[in-house]
Design a protein around this ligand. Structure first.
Ligand SMILES: Cc1ncc(COP(=O)(O)O)c(C=O)c1O
Length: 379
Protein backbone atom coordinates (compact mmCIF):
# COMPACT_ATOMS: atom_id res chain seq x y z
CA UNK A 1 0.00 0.00 0.00
CA UNK A 2 1.38 3.42 -0.86
CA UNK A 3 0.19 6.47 0.99
CA UNK A 4 -0.15 10.11 0.13
CA UNK A 5 2.28 12.38 1.90
CA UNK A 6 0.51 14.09 4.80
CA UNK A 7 -0.50 17.69 4.20
CA UNK A 8 0.73 19.10 7.51
CA UNK A 9 4.30 19.25 8.82
CA UNK A 10 5.62 19.81 12.32
CA UNK A 11 6.68 23.41 12.91
CA UNK A 12 9.78 22.06 14.62
CA UNK A 13 11.12 18.70 13.36
CA UNK A 14 13.75 18.43 16.12
CA UNK A 15 13.20 15.18 18.02
CA UNK A 16 16.84 14.44 18.89
CA UNK A 17 17.58 12.82 22.26
CA UNK A 18 20.40 15.24 22.96
CA UNK A 19 21.08 18.00 22.45
CA UNK A 20 17.30 18.26 22.61
CA UNK A 21 15.01 20.89 21.10
CA UNK A 22 15.29 24.35 22.63
CA UNK A 23 12.26 25.60 24.57
CA UNK A 24 9.57 26.68 22.08
CA UNK A 25 9.95 30.37 22.95
CA UNK A 26 13.75 30.35 22.59
CA UNK A 27 15.44 32.76 20.20
CA UNK A 28 19.10 33.85 20.19
CA UNK A 29 17.92 37.16 21.71
CA UNK A 30 17.29 35.47 25.07
CA UNK A 31 21.08 35.35 25.49
CA UNK A 32 21.45 39.13 25.25
CA UNK A 33 22.01 39.56 29.01
CA UNK A 34 24.92 37.07 29.18
CA UNK A 35 27.91 38.74 30.85
CA UNK A 36 30.25 37.89 27.98
CA UNK A 37 33.86 38.91 28.24
CA UNK A 38 33.49 39.23 32.02
CA UNK A 39 35.05 36.97 34.63
CA UNK A 40 32.78 34.24 35.92
CA UNK A 41 34.19 35.18 39.33
CA UNK A 42 33.07 38.82 39.01
CA UNK A 43 29.88 39.54 41.01
CA UNK A 44 27.75 39.45 37.86
CA UNK A 45 29.09 36.02 36.86
CA UNK A 46 28.82 34.59 40.35
CA UNK A 47 25.24 35.83 40.63
CA UNK A 48 24.27 34.10 37.38
CA UNK A 49 25.88 30.80 38.46
CA UNK A 50 24.15 31.04 41.83
CA UNK A 51 20.83 31.72 40.10
CA UNK A 52 21.33 28.57 37.99
CA UNK A 53 21.86 26.54 41.18
CA UNK A 54 18.96 28.16 43.04
CA UNK A 55 16.61 27.77 40.06
CA UNK A 56 17.53 24.10 39.77
CA UNK A 57 16.74 23.58 43.45
CA UNK A 58 13.44 25.44 43.16
CA UNK A 59 12.10 23.64 40.09
CA UNK A 60 13.30 20.16 40.98
CA UNK A 61 12.28 20.52 44.63
CA UNK A 62 15.75 19.57 45.88
CA UNK A 63 16.04 19.68 49.69
CA UNK A 64 17.91 22.64 51.21
CA UNK A 65 20.57 20.41 52.76
CA UNK A 66 21.54 18.88 49.40
CA UNK A 67 24.48 20.49 47.54
CA UNK A 68 24.08 21.37 43.86
CA UNK A 69 27.20 22.00 41.78
CA UNK A 70 27.86 23.01 38.18
CA UNK A 71 30.73 20.84 36.98
CA UNK A 72 32.74 20.31 33.79
CA UNK A 73 32.09 17.78 31.01
CA UNK A 74 28.31 17.57 31.00
CA UNK A 75 26.51 14.63 32.57
CA UNK A 76 29.46 12.34 31.89
CA UNK A 77 31.73 14.66 33.88
CA UNK A 78 29.32 14.72 36.81
CA UNK A 79 28.95 10.92 36.87
CA UNK A 80 32.70 10.36 36.57
CA UNK A 81 33.42 12.78 39.41
CA UNK A 82 31.04 10.85 41.62
CA UNK A 83 32.35 7.40 40.68
CA UNK A 84 36.00 8.32 41.07
CA UNK A 85 35.51 10.31 44.27
CA UNK A 86 33.10 8.08 46.19
CA UNK A 87 33.51 4.43 45.20
CA UNK A 88 35.89 1.98 46.82
CA UNK A 89 34.83 2.53 50.42
CA UNK A 90 32.32 -0.31 50.53
CA UNK A 91 31.03 -3.03 48.12
CA UNK A 92 29.53 -1.75 44.88
CA UNK A 93 26.58 -2.93 42.77
CA UNK A 94 26.50 -1.73 39.18
CA UNK A 95 23.15 -1.74 37.41
CA UNK A 96 22.70 -1.49 33.63
CA UNK A 97 19.91 -2.13 31.13
CA UNK A 98 21.18 -0.10 28.17
CA UNK A 99 24.23 1.59 26.75
CA UNK A 100 24.89 4.43 29.21
CA UNK A 101 24.53 2.22 32.27
CA UNK A 102 26.83 -0.28 30.57
CA UNK A 103 29.39 2.50 30.12
CA UNK A 104 29.42 3.18 33.87
CA UNK A 105 29.96 -0.54 34.51
CA UNK A 106 33.02 -0.50 32.24
CA UNK A 107 34.38 2.52 34.06
CA UNK A 108 34.05 1.03 37.49
CA UNK A 109 35.09 -2.52 36.70
CA UNK A 110 37.77 -1.99 34.03
CA UNK A 111 39.17 1.46 34.84
CA UNK A 112 38.76 1.74 38.61
CA UNK A 113 39.18 -2.04 38.86
CA UNK A 114 36.57 -2.30 41.60
CA UNK A 115 35.31 -5.81 42.20
CA UNK A 116 31.67 -4.78 41.78
CA UNK A 117 28.69 -7.07 41.32
CA UNK A 118 27.02 -6.27 38.03
CA UNK A 119 23.26 -6.53 37.45
CA UNK A 120 22.15 -6.22 33.85
CA UNK A 121 19.03 -6.62 31.73
CA UNK A 122 18.53 -6.59 27.96
CA UNK A 123 17.33 -3.58 26.03
CA UNK A 124 13.62 -3.18 26.73
CA UNK A 125 13.85 -4.84 30.14
CA UNK A 126 14.86 -3.51 33.55
CA UNK A 127 16.84 -4.88 36.47
CA UNK A 128 14.80 -5.73 39.56
CA UNK A 129 15.80 -2.77 41.72
CA UNK A 130 14.09 -4.35 44.74
CA UNK A 131 16.57 -7.23 44.67
CA UNK A 132 19.60 -4.99 45.35
CA UNK A 133 21.34 -4.58 48.68
CA UNK A 134 21.19 -0.90 49.58
CA UNK A 135 23.73 -1.28 52.34
CA UNK A 136 26.19 -1.48 49.46
CA UNK A 137 26.72 1.36 46.99
CA UNK A 138 24.46 1.22 43.94
CA UNK A 139 25.18 2.94 40.62
CA UNK A 140 22.29 3.13 38.16
CA UNK A 141 20.65 5.18 35.42
CA UNK A 142 17.14 6.48 36.13
CA UNK A 143 16.09 6.75 32.49
CA UNK A 144 17.91 4.59 29.98
CA UNK A 145 18.01 6.97 27.04
CA UNK A 146 18.99 4.28 24.54
CA UNK A 147 16.24 1.78 25.42
CA UNK A 148 13.42 4.04 26.61
CA UNK A 149 13.20 2.14 29.90
CA UNK A 150 13.04 4.08 33.18
CA UNK A 151 12.85 3.30 36.86
CA UNK A 152 9.12 3.56 37.68
CA UNK A 153 9.50 4.60 41.31
CA UNK A 154 12.08 4.91 44.06
CA UNK A 155 9.87 3.03 46.53
CA UNK A 156 12.15 -0.01 46.55
CA UNK A 157 15.10 2.05 47.76
CA UNK A 158 15.00 2.07 51.57
CA UNK A 159 15.15 5.51 53.19
CA UNK A 160 17.46 3.98 55.82
CA UNK A 161 20.49 2.52 54.05
CA UNK A 162 24.21 2.34 54.60
CA UNK A 163 25.26 2.46 50.95
CA UNK A 164 25.08 5.40 48.60
CA UNK A 165 22.75 5.51 45.59
CA UNK A 166 24.50 7.14 42.64
CA UNK A 167 22.02 7.95 39.90
CA UNK A 168 22.59 9.18 36.35
CA UNK A 169 19.30 11.03 35.85
CA UNK A 170 20.19 13.03 32.79
CA UNK A 171 17.19 12.16 30.64
CA UNK A 172 14.82 11.96 33.62
CA UNK A 173 15.45 15.25 35.45
CA UNK A 174 12.69 17.81 34.74
CA UNK A 175 10.38 15.14 33.27
CA UNK A 176 10.08 12.42 35.90
CA UNK A 177 9.74 12.49 39.68
CA UNK A 178 13.09 11.97 41.39
CA UNK A 179 12.73 10.95 45.05
CA UNK A 180 15.49 13.00 46.63
CA UNK A 181 15.47 11.10 49.93
CA UNK A 182 16.37 7.96 47.98
CA UNK A 183 19.15 9.52 45.92
CA UNK A 184 22.58 10.38 47.31
CA UNK A 185 24.20 11.47 44.09
CA UNK A 186 22.17 12.65 41.12
CA UNK A 187 23.56 13.97 37.85
CA UNK A 188 22.14 15.52 34.73
CA UNK A 189 23.06 17.81 31.90
CA UNK A 190 21.34 20.97 30.65
CA UNK A 191 21.13 19.65 27.09
CA UNK A 192 18.34 17.15 27.74
CA UNK A 193 14.83 17.91 29.03
CA UNK A 194 15.59 21.63 29.39
CA UNK A 195 16.91 21.98 25.84
CA UNK A 196 20.00 23.71 27.20
CA UNK A 197 23.56 23.48 26.00
CA UNK A 198 25.96 20.60 26.58
CA UNK A 199 29.38 20.68 28.31
CA UNK A 200 28.09 21.59 31.78
CA UNK A 201 26.98 18.93 34.23
CA UNK A 202 24.96 19.15 37.43
CA UNK A 203 26.08 17.20 40.46
CA UNK A 204 23.61 16.93 43.34
CA UNK A 205 24.85 15.50 46.64
CA UNK A 206 22.90 14.36 49.69
CA UNK A 207 24.36 15.03 53.15
CA UNK A 208 25.39 11.34 53.26
CA UNK A 209 27.32 11.70 50.00
CA UNK A 210 29.10 14.72 51.48
CA UNK A 211 29.89 12.73 54.62
CA UNK A 212 31.47 10.02 52.45
CA UNK A 213 33.53 12.60 50.58
CA UNK A 214 34.80 14.02 53.85
CA UNK A 215 35.58 10.68 55.46
CA UNK A 216 36.99 8.62 52.59
CA UNK A 217 39.95 9.18 50.30
CA UNK A 218 40.19 6.92 47.25
CA UNK A 219 43.40 4.99 46.67
CA UNK A 220 43.75 6.43 43.16
CA UNK A 221 44.80 9.95 42.14
CA UNK A 222 42.10 12.45 41.14
CA UNK A 223 42.63 15.10 38.47
CA UNK A 224 41.81 18.69 39.40
CA UNK A 225 38.48 18.67 37.56
CA UNK A 226 37.27 15.73 39.70
CA UNK A 227 38.38 17.10 43.07
CA UNK A 228 35.49 17.98 45.36
CA UNK A 229 37.41 18.18 48.65
CA UNK A 230 40.45 19.97 49.98
CA UNK A 231 42.17 18.89 53.19
CA UNK A 232 39.37 16.40 53.87
CA UNK A 233 36.62 19.07 53.65
CA UNK A 234 34.09 19.61 50.89
CA UNK A 235 34.98 22.58 48.69
CA UNK A 236 31.74 24.42 49.47
CA UNK A 237 32.40 27.11 46.88
CA UNK A 238 31.73 24.65 44.04
CA UNK A 239 28.16 24.39 45.32
CA UNK A 240 27.71 28.15 45.51
CA UNK A 241 28.76 28.90 41.96
CA UNK A 242 32.55 29.06 42.33
CA UNK A 243 33.06 26.46 39.62
CA UNK A 244 36.20 24.32 39.46
CA UNK A 245 37.19 25.81 36.12
CA UNK A 246 35.75 28.33 33.69
CA UNK A 247 32.15 27.77 32.59
CA UNK A 248 30.54 29.25 29.49
CA UNK A 249 28.48 32.22 30.60
CA UNK A 250 26.59 31.94 27.32
CA UNK A 251 25.48 28.42 28.28
CA UNK A 252 24.64 29.60 31.81
CA UNK A 253 22.44 32.37 30.38
CA UNK A 254 20.78 29.82 28.15
CA UNK A 255 20.05 27.56 31.13
CA UNK A 256 18.67 30.52 33.12
CA UNK A 257 16.28 31.17 30.25
CA UNK A 258 15.26 27.49 30.23
CA UNK A 259 14.54 27.69 33.97
CA UNK A 260 12.36 30.77 33.39
CA UNK A 261 10.55 28.94 30.64
CA UNK A 262 10.05 25.96 32.98
CA UNK A 263 8.43 28.31 35.53
CA UNK A 264 6.16 29.67 32.79
CA UNK A 265 4.79 26.20 31.97
CA UNK A 266 4.07 25.35 35.61
CA UNK A 267 7.40 24.13 36.95
CA UNK A 268 8.11 20.43 37.36
CA UNK A 269 4.45 19.38 37.10
CA UNK A 270 4.03 21.35 33.91
CA UNK A 271 7.22 19.93 32.43
CA UNK A 272 6.23 16.38 33.31
CA UNK A 273 2.77 16.83 31.87
CA UNK A 274 4.22 18.10 28.61
CA UNK A 275 6.52 15.04 28.34
CA UNK A 276 3.63 12.73 29.29
CA UNK A 277 1.40 14.20 26.58
CA UNK A 278 4.14 13.84 23.98
CA UNK A 279 4.89 10.24 24.89
CA UNK A 280 1.17 9.41 25.04
CA UNK A 281 0.73 10.65 21.48
CA UNK A 282 3.45 8.23 20.34
CA UNK A 283 2.06 5.35 22.42
CA UNK A 284 -1.44 5.95 20.98
CA UNK A 285 0.03 5.82 17.50
CA UNK A 286 1.73 2.49 18.23
CA UNK A 287 -1.39 1.05 19.87
CA UNK A 288 -3.33 1.53 16.65
CA UNK A 289 -0.68 0.03 14.34
CA UNK A 290 0.44 -3.59 14.21
CA UNK A 291 3.86 -2.83 12.74
CA UNK A 292 5.48 -0.73 15.43
CA UNK A 293 5.84 -1.14 19.18
CA UNK A 294 7.54 0.32 22.22
CA UNK A 295 10.94 -1.29 22.87
CA UNK A 296 10.28 -1.02 26.61
CA UNK A 297 8.22 -4.01 27.70
CA UNK A 298 6.72 -3.42 31.11
CA UNK A 299 4.25 -0.50 30.89
CA UNK A 300 5.41 0.85 34.27
CA UNK A 301 8.90 1.38 32.83
CA UNK A 302 7.93 3.25 29.65
CA UNK A 303 9.98 6.42 29.41
CA UNK A 304 8.13 9.68 28.77
CA UNK A 305 11.29 11.28 27.34
CA UNK A 306 13.31 8.88 25.19
CA UNK A 307 10.60 6.82 23.54
CA UNK A 308 12.30 3.95 21.68
CA UNK A 309 10.34 2.07 19.03
CA UNK A 310 10.90 -1.16 17.13
CA UNK A 311 9.35 -2.29 13.85
CA UNK A 312 7.48 -5.57 14.25
CA UNK A 313 6.28 -6.28 10.70
CA UNK A 314 7.21 -9.78 9.47
CA UNK A 315 7.86 -8.49 5.98
CA UNK A 316 10.94 -6.60 7.19
CA UNK A 317 14.02 -8.74 6.60
CA UNK A 318 16.81 -6.40 7.66
CA UNK A 319 15.45 -4.39 10.57
CA UNK A 320 18.53 -2.18 10.98
CA UNK A 321 18.56 -1.16 7.30
CA UNK A 322 14.78 -0.67 7.34
CA UNK A 323 14.78 1.57 10.41
CA UNK A 324 17.67 3.62 9.02
CA UNK A 325 15.86 4.05 5.71
CA UNK A 326 12.66 5.20 7.43
CA UNK A 327 14.60 7.71 9.52
CA UNK A 328 16.36 8.91 6.37
CA UNK A 329 13.08 9.47 4.54
CA UNK A 330 11.72 11.49 7.44
CA UNK A 331 14.88 13.55 7.64
CA UNK A 332 14.89 14.14 3.88
CA UNK A 333 11.33 15.45 4.13
CA UNK A 334 12.44 17.72 6.98
CA UNK A 335 9.74 16.35 9.30
CA UNK A 336 11.83 14.43 11.88
CA UNK A 337 15.53 14.96 12.52
CA UNK A 338 17.85 12.59 14.40
CA UNK A 339 15.33 9.88 15.29
CA UNK A 340 17.42 6.80 14.47
CA UNK A 341 17.98 4.42 17.39
CA UNK A 342 21.23 4.86 19.33
CA UNK A 343 24.19 3.16 17.63
CA UNK A 344 24.50 0.35 20.22
CA UNK A 345 20.75 -0.16 20.73
CA UNK A 346 18.43 -2.54 18.87
CA UNK A 347 17.33 -1.31 15.43
CA UNK A 348 14.44 1.12 15.47
CA UNK A 349 13.57 4.73 16.11
CA UNK A 350 13.91 7.00 19.13
CA UNK A 351 11.61 9.97 19.44
CA UNK A 352 12.48 12.50 22.12
CA UNK A 353 9.35 13.51 23.97
CA UNK A 354 10.87 15.76 26.65
CA UNK A 355 9.18 18.95 27.76
CA UNK A 356 10.64 21.28 25.13
CA UNK A 357 8.95 19.30 22.36
CA UNK A 358 5.46 20.51 21.43
CA UNK A 359 2.75 17.83 21.35
CA UNK A 360 1.39 19.41 18.17
CA UNK A 361 4.76 18.70 16.52
CA UNK A 362 4.70 15.05 17.59
CA UNK A 363 1.13 14.79 16.30
CA UNK A 364 2.07 16.38 12.98
CA UNK A 365 5.10 14.10 12.62
CA UNK A 366 3.40 10.75 13.30
CA UNK A 367 1.36 10.62 10.04
CA UNK A 368 4.70 11.04 8.28
CA UNK A 369 6.00 7.99 10.11
CA UNK A 370 3.02 6.09 8.74
CA UNK A 371 3.86 7.37 5.29
CA UNK A 372 7.59 6.59 5.58
CA UNK A 373 6.91 3.06 6.84
CA UNK A 374 4.61 2.24 3.92
CA UNK A 375 6.85 3.96 1.38
CA UNK A 376 9.85 1.97 2.62
CA UNK A 377 7.94 -1.29 2.61
CA UNK A 378 6.78 -0.64 -0.94
CA UNK A 379 10.35 0.17 -1.98
C1 LIG B 1 21.59 8.27 30.41
C2 LIG B 1 22.70 9.10 29.87
N1 LIG B 1 23.85 9.20 30.54
C3 LIG B 1 24.86 9.95 30.09
C4 LIG B 1 24.78 10.64 28.91
C5 LIG B 1 25.94 11.45 28.47
O1 LIG B 1 25.57 12.79 28.56
P1 LIG B 1 26.55 13.96 28.23
O2 LIG B 1 26.90 13.82 26.77
O3 LIG B 1 25.73 15.18 28.52
O4 LIG B 1 27.73 13.84 29.08
C6 LIG B 1 23.61 10.57 28.15
C7 LIG B 1 23.51 11.26 26.86
O5 LIG B 1 22.66 11.00 26.05
C8 LIG B 1 22.54 9.79 28.65
O6 LIG B 1 21.41 9.72 27.97
Amino acid sequence: MTMQKPAARPDNPRFSSGPCAKPPTWTPDVLADAPLGRSHRAPVGKAKLKAAIDGTREILGIPEDYRIGIVPASDTGAVEMALWSLLGDRPVQMVAWESFGAGWVTDVVKQLKIDATTHTADYGEIVDMAALDYDKDVVFTWNGTTSGVCVPTGDMIPAERDGLTICDATSAAFAQDLPWDKLDVTTFSWQKVMGGEAAHGMLILSPRAVARLESYTPAWPLPKIFRLTKGGKLIEGIFEGATINTPSMLCVEDYLFALDWARSVGGLDGLRMRADANAQAVWNFCATRDWIDNLARDRATWSNTSVCLKFTDDRITDSAAFAKAVAKRLEAEGVALDIGAYRDAPAGLRIWCGATVETSDIEAMLPWLDWAFHAELAA
